[in-house]
Design a protein around this ligand. Structure first.
Ligand code: EPZ
Length: 424
């Protein structure tokens, strides 16, 4: 097991290439099950979760061939042959390591008309039930039985339905959209999630021959078709990785340009960064943080897209811990997403939490210390705090980072950070 060691205090300089989006790549990989044949996916990020997804789909009979890898090894292209579906099970061993494995439920229900998928279980950031996924499938005529920790789905009568989500759910929308693509009749999903990754999946489904109206809106209409064809597709860039690098540049008072950044999907993030005094400029697919900005405390409230993303909350909190003045951070999506607070306190931050509200009083300087990562985005916030802190910060349990950031240490080192990964 490794740890990350950072000597903080250096402004970052240079350009960084943003990788493909984890939260688009995972549902798109699962969607390849819908159409038997050879698919090609480009701009796939080199992440632990992508490897877990490959294992999951190989278990189901998919065959993978690496087609290309980019210079830094952060992105690659895969050909995936799903002609030969073997079985319809997603085992607990894999689902417990990656909740997103539940995204094979929709495609299996549609293609095999049956599925046996392990329930994902609890998560560090919240209970994260999948009741809305199952309720939606039942409305589409699927018989759901929960047994021994597994969802058993019998979908011989899969048909279109009208579904309203009481809570907007990203993977719930994705699972039902995939099931509906091959269902008999039309499905309408109301209060659908509008996250750009949902739109990216919808466009991949359309590339395979699906009929979908209202993409990128909160009302999706899917006209089921008898079959889909394999397709080639380039995964969108990762807006959360982009936001994380913007924070790294701002917290170190550096000058950094993001290449291949999904600028149209960064509006809420760029808005709050500008409000916080970060000097920014952007073109179609590039964003630059200019040196010389003074961080000022601003309030944020996480919200489904197009609001401020919960996946940027921890990183923004790290920035606010060294800003002038105070900021109020309200987490509205997950009930336990302040695990990073106690670790930031170890670095000298001044933060008080009451329920889902954190009050951050900016301090002049953080001090390096050993800290522990608890989940993916919390670990990113500790890396950011370590880059700004005086002295040495050691971050343990960095496997959390590998799940969602492709070569983060190498990318930061290339921007001049004194950061390395060593055996713990
Ligand atoms: C997706 O998770 C992302 N994961 C998460 O990113 C992200 O934080 C989240 O959306 C919100 O944006 C992937 O796309 C793989 P939800 P998901 O269903 O789909 C409740 C990261 O850091 N809910 O939109 O699991 C749920 O408990 C990860 O990359 C139900 O009550 O999130 C939560 O409070 C972390 N019942 C809210 O809805 C359900 O059936 C939103 O969750 C489903 C969800």
């Amino acid at each position: 097991m490794d740890k990350i060691v950072i000597e903080g205090g250096l402004p970052l300089q240079g350009e960084v290439q943003i990788s493909g989006a984890k939260n688009a790549a995972l549902p798109i990989l699962a969607a390849t099950l819908l159409a038997p044949g050879e698919h090609r996916l480009d701009n796939l990020p080199a992440l632990a979760d992508i490897h877990t997804c490959e294992k999951l789909l190989s278990n189901l009979g998919a065959r993978f061939k690496e087609v290309a890898v980019n210079a830094g090894g952060t992105n690659g292209s895969l050909s995936i042959d799903t002609s030969d579906l073997q079985g319809f099970e997603a085992p607990y061993e894999l689902v417990k390591t990656m909740r997103a494995a539940v995204l094979v439920l929709g495609p299996l229900v549609a293609r095999a008309r049956q599925a046996r998928v392990s329930l994902p279980g609890g998560c560090a950031i919240g209970a994260r039930p999948i009741d809305l996924h199952l309720k939606g499938l039942e409305a589409m005529g699927v018989k759901i039985n929960l047994s021994q920790g597994y969802v058993e789905a019998d979908a011989r009568r899969l048909k279109g339905a009208e579904i309203y989500f009481e809570t907007s759910t990203v993977t719930g929308t994705e699972n039902l959209m995939m099931a509906a693509a091959l269902a008999k009749g039309t499905t309408v999903i109301k209060n659908a999630a509008m996250e750009p990754e949902v739109g990216d999946l919808a466009r991949f489904l359309v590339a395979m021959g699906a009929q979908i109206e209202g993409i990128d809106s909160d009302i999706l209409t899917i006209h089921g078709v008898p079959e889909l064809k394999p397709a080639s597709y380039r995964i969108m860039s990762d807006r959360i990785e982009a936001g994380t690098f913007l924070a790294a540049a701002a917290i170190t008072k550096g000058e950094v340009t993001l290449l291949d950044a999904p600028v149209p999907h960064l509006t809420a993030i760029l808005g709050k960064f500008t409000e916080a005094g970060v000097r920014l400029s952007a073109t179609k697919d590039r964003v630059t943080v200019h040196a010389g900005g003074n961080l000022t405390g601003v309030d944020i409230r996480t919200h489904p897209y197009p609001g401020f993303p919960t996946d940027m909350q921890a990183q923004f909190m790290a920035m606010m811990s060294v800003a002038r003045g105070a900021s109020v951070i309200t987490e509205t999506i997950f009930e336990n997403r302040f695990m990073h607070v106690s670790e930031l306190l170890r670095l000298g931050a001044d933060i008080t939490v009451t329920g889902n509200i954190a009050v951050v009083r900016g301090c002049r300087q953080l001090q390096g210390a050993p800290v522990m990562a608890t989940d993916l985005r919390a670990s990113a916030s500790l890396v950011l705090a370590g880059l700004a802190a005086a002295g040495t910060t050691e971050i343990l349990r960095v496997y959390h980072l590998d799940r969602g950031y492709a070569h983060l240490v190498e990318k930061l080192a290339a921007l001049g950070a004194r950061i390395k990964r060593v055996p713990a």
